[in-house]
Design a protein around this ligand. Sequence first.
Ligand SMILES: [Zn+2]
Length: 501
Amino acid sequence: MTTSTTEALMPFDDVLAAYDPALGLEVHVELNTASKMFCGCPAEFGGEPNAGVCPTCLGLPGAMPVVNGKAVESAIRIGLALNCDIAEWCRFARKNYFYPDMPKNFQTSQYDEPIAFDGWMDVDVEGETYRVEIERAHMEEDTGKSLHVGGSTGRIHGADHSLVDYNRAGIPLIEIVTRPILGAGEKAPEVAKAYVAQLRELIVALGVSEARMDQGNLRADVNLSLSPKGSGTLGTRTETKNVNSFRSVERAVRYEMQRHAAILTSGGSILQETRHWHEDTGITTSGRVKSDAEDYRYFPEPDLVPVAPSREWVEELRGTLPENPTARRARLQAEWGFSDLEMRDTVGAGALGLVEETIAAGAAPQAARKWWLGELARRSNEDGVDLVDLPITPADVARIQALVDEKVVNDKLARQVFEGVLAGEGTPDEVVEKRGLAVVSDDGALGAAVDNAIAANPDVADKIRDGKVAAAGALIGAVMKEMRGQADAGRVRELILEKLA
Ligand SMILES: [Zn+2]
């Protein structure tokens, strides 16, 4: 196994001059059903290891699975929202392989009979729309989770021993697979990121999953291949596993494009394999060689009846779908009065839902946009996390803006309130209290500071007495400095002009 970090990369612009990228995305969505896919155990990961298990999800002899109807409903709604056809009749299949965290020695999945197929989703990238074709969305179950102990990396390599927690085994998953996405060219990394971000938004709107990438509720595998420019062929692909943030999806695509191009250009060939993404170093490393001939000996699951959703039910579920994303974006843009550029930036930052919730919590649209795309976007970049994963809620952001509107804090102090909330110091009000950030608008305290400023700057005071009102800025600055920024600047100005009238 190699952990080399010195693989050659070709400059991105050179890659585009010589090659066409083909993308493919496989996204696993963990459903938020109460129970597991084929048994009554809680579909909740975490807690005491191996407490949420039963003979069925442990694969004990004689245990019989039963399909979770709510999971089928969620799968159909996801399929419909992705413009898929819904199978009139489909089955589960056994995917046979050994892995220690898979107690049955097979995964119950769907093979050639997915519940949903032949769909599409339109993805907006910087004002252009890319239609991503969906090959299939199928139901399956999650595996357990291994914990490798004693190594430095947490991977099995170098570990002393491993522990297995089967609480996650059997939690319902939907795997959504795209057809190859061609023609994205230089935008390929952004298209991949936008697809995952907009898919997540759709899943959240459907209410079928928490869809937290940092918690593993939504996991993306990124397939990439390059072909010589204009050849119209498909090259050998690599599959980078479990890329767990939007920005990592973009970075992984860019990295693999540069890595593939360097190998191909030097006369080498791409190994068809899975790759591991390393968030810290921003590189991929070799995983497991994977050939198309890999044979899981799929066969129809004999212990489960086929799934045959009636057309009436499917149509009933169609009626429960949220507004289609393109229509929704157009409606919100009109409601909020955003320019095309403002809207594009909001969508591109993965902030649409966050801005919407902040507005719903009482903030004005421009204020909501300003904080998420300004202060908070800066923090998300610095910390290398997506906006949705920052430890602050839309309600907090709306409250901070309300504190600005109520003149409890000014814009500058509001930034300190953000800092405090992000640092876990409590709610916005608690941070204002604990840090003593409230603006002073009490005339007694302000008046004393104004008198000090006038006394310290007699020449400036004379100018204002002579009618040069613009000079007041220097005195306001002096007062703000003395009050450490915590003064109501408007009131300070009024007091200065009153005193020097
Ligand atoms: Zn169970």
